[in-house]
Design a protein around this ligand. Structure first.
Ligand code: PMV
Length: 365
């Protein structure tokens, strides 16, 4: 590596929120109203790979060249960015210019390079190996890769900058994808709203995650736009924030620590439901679930109810839905085959209506 070029490559995977983030207290700094907890998928199953190259040009202006999934991209210069407009996106999205330069400014400010401003040509090449239709947005893994690349290439001082802060400036939930395993992103201010690992990827190897994809195309209302409207109009949101901060984050951490599937499953479903309730309480209402999602919720409940013991201990599967109709299901090894059989029989043998087959089985490790 010459002194005039610094090249870094990083891989990250998407994450799935168990306790969800919805609503910002600061739009520019991307500070969440409540903390959240997620599980990061395995990079051997799903990954974004980003290579960032810094070069000295001797010019004044910073030049940035982006290639996403093999396509040269321009920045999105509009004031807001959607979830799909992300580095590594597999949609037709672009990278939001304002957010990118905010990240760059922050990385340069904590750089230990002699002259971080001398490296003013930046080449970013990012691609995803996601299955074509896994129902996961790539913004989290994309911005996590970009942040880790920037922090490393600019030799950022860890005492001055946590890479998860940098990722958060790109896309909120991206800060959780900087770390593997079970991750918490805390609410707080500019410096304290960071992601930390609660438990490593091998903490709960019996836990499987399935994605059931009902719709592959982009959602109508992005998470950025949707949560802004929720903050503006929903009266229920305040109660949800209170519940999450005062009870749910602590409870989820305990259930994960104890690998208590029944309580983990109940809380995961409850939090997904509360999130969609505040979406519906937004004016005009946000409907991210569709009829297939609702049918699947019914199926999961029935599956749990018909289990051997008709009590809480019979909970075998949990669902969670982000800002879209696709489901994530959580199930332990011992119940996996039964669930797979059911999903395949009900959805993929009896119906041709679905956009895609059941596509993903991912372990958390
Ligand atoms: O950070 P964003 O803009 O991708 O928003 C993420 C919102 C949810 O996926 C619905 C919840 C979450 O915590 O990931």
């Amino acid at each position: 590596m010459s002194n005039d070029i610094i090249k870094v490559t990083v891989e990250c995977a998407p994450n799935i929120a168990l306790i969800k983030y919805w609503g910002k207290s600061d739009e520019d700094l991307i500070l969440p109203l409540n903390g959240s907890i997620s599980i990061t998928l395995d990079t051997s199953v799903l990954r974004t790979r980003t290579t960032l190259t810094l070069s000295r040009t001797g010019k004044q202006l910073t030049e940035v060249y982006l290639s996403l999934n093999g396509v040269v991209e321009e920045f999105d210069d509009s004031s807001s960015s959607s979830k799909e407009k992300s580095v590594g996106s597999d949609s037709d999205g672009k990278v939001n210019k304002k957010r990118f330069f905010r990240m760059l400014e922050r990385a340069r400010a904590s750089s230990q390079l002699d002259d971080p401003f001398a490296f003013n040509r930046i080449d970013i090449v990012s691609d995803n190996d996601f299955p074509l239709a896994c129902g996961l947005a790539s913004s989290a893994s994309g911005f996590a890769c970009l942040a880790l690349c920037m922090a490393s290439a600019f030799r950022c001082d860890r005492n001055k900058l946590d890479a998860t802060e940098l990722a958060r400036l790109g896309s909120g939930s991206a800060c959780r994808s900087c770390l593997g395993g079970f991750v918490k992103w805390s609410s707080g201010d500019e410096r304290s709203s960071l992601a930390t690992q609660l438990f490593g990827a091998d903490h709960w190897p019996e836990l499987n995650i399935l994605a059931v994809v009902f719709q592959e195309h982009r959602k109508k209302v992005s998470s950025t736009a949707g949560m802004k409207e929720t903050v503006r109009t929903s009266e229920l949101l305040g109660r949800r924030v209170e519940l999450v901060e005062q009870e749910r984050l602590g409870q989820m951490e305990t259930y994960l620590r104890e690998r208590d599937f029944v309580n983990f499953a109940k809380l995961t479903m409850k939090d997904s439901n509360t999130f969609h309730a505040v979406c519906m309480d937004t004016y005009p209402p946000l409907f991210y679930l569709n009829d297939y999602s609702k049918q699947l919720i019914g199926l999961v409940n029935e599956f749990n109810r018909l289990s051997v013991n008709d009590d809480d201990l019979s909970i075998k599967v949990a669902y969670s839905f982000d800002a879209g109709p696709n489901a994530f299901l959580f199930v332990l090894d011992k119940n996996l085959n039964e669930l797979l059989y059911l999903i395949n029989t009900i959805y993929f043998r009896s119906s041709k209506d679905f956009a895609s087959k059941f596509v993903l089985k991912s372990k958390s490790s």
